[in-house]
Design a protein around this ligand. Sequence first.
Ligand code: ADP
Length: 461
Amino acid sequence: MTEGQKDRAGKDCRFDTVLIANRGEIALRILRACRDLGLKTVVVCSQADRQASYGTLADTFLCIGPASAGKSYLNSDAILLAARTTGAGAVHPGYGFLSENAAFSEAVEKAGMVFIGPTAQAIATMGDKIAAKSAMIAAGVPCVPGPDSALPDDRAAIEAIASEIGYPVIVKAAGGGGGRGMRVVLDAGALHESVALTREEARQAFGTPALYMEKFLEYPRHIEIQVLCDVHGNAIWLGHRDCSMQRRHQKVIEEAPAPGIAYDIIGPVAEACLKACRQIGYRGVGTFEFLYEDGSFYFIEMNTRLQVEHPVTEMTSGIDIVQAQIKAAQGIALDIAQSDVKIDGHAFECRINAEDPDTFLASAGTITALKLPSGPGIRVDTHVHAGYKVPPYYDSLIGKLIVHAPTRAEAIAAMRTALAETEIEGISTNLPLLRALFDDDGFAAGGTDIHYLEKWLKRRS
Ligand code: ADP
């Protein structure tokens, strides 16, 4: 049994076996962190992932349902049953699937296990974008101009809110996620139709028709702050990332630190985020996402989980975020203070997706040959290998290529070399797109906004 402690509610959070409720590269990443910490692992999988090679590294590898995520990776009853029967003391949800599901966090804890993530209440607060905005305002985190309350039904009242904010505005579903449930309104003429359409969408997709309205920022960058909190009220941040290179709100390339944003500019914002963490009793890792425009930060949401792009922060901070997350869940107090966090050099991450580089259609099938890069500062997080069959049922991310170098320019050069060394045959991937972006002068200059990639793709087509 590892040395553990009690949380502030007096609950014993010690565990020696972690059930990993996820798949692919992140299941392997978590498995490695557990092994490094001397913890046993139970990995659950769907029928489509039975051949996954990381299964052989787990102490127990268990199929819990058919390929359909709803019947396997999203099936909390099956996951809980697997945890109970294998004697797991904790559940790590990874990202996606059940990672931001408050009911799942609660069910895990009710079953007497530790959920490696925040409390159900913290997840629920941050999952409701209006409640999240209120919590941020209370902590002094800068938010997008607009009320932290639901839009009323009254037409005149809606019009008054929109003109108070000033067009263009954006109407967003309180329960929205994944870039869905939002609509930009350019002028008063389009206001009521946009509100009605978004409300209907919200009712159908998110189970609540609640909407809110805020200023639409026209050329922002996406900047985020990584936090790490223990269960004893200690909270630190590990630096910032720039994830502006996006297509359809999906991040393609991430980097740390964000170019051109000095620590004395973002420092006070990060301090406010830490205050928010303490106020809501946040535990574990989390990310505050901001839009950044004309020198100002505007909070848009908090992700209450480990993120795909955590490696760039690991490379620049030297802190293993997954191990730190697990130790925090065990009730162990943070053993570093904010002053111990030193950001060193520059890191990039490329998301390698199994997709057509031009049409972006998912590309499933067998990887017939695979060559991965190596050398100083190169890291590859992937579960795939030659002979691996990419199933068609899940998201298209098959691996992440990460580089770390003393400066941004050197990191770009290193990523170019690494991308040139990478070969994946048998399926289509976005490698040609990634190579072209790392040869692009605009990207190399740094500080591009969130629309840059889509405009760049349009120019190319
Ligand atoms: P989700 O939870 O669906 O990811 P977010 O609130 O994080 O929703 O917004 C997703 C994306 O939508 C942002 O990354 C940004 O591109 C765009 N967006 C959201 N709010 C605004 C805004 N006020 N102004 C401009 N763009 C916005």
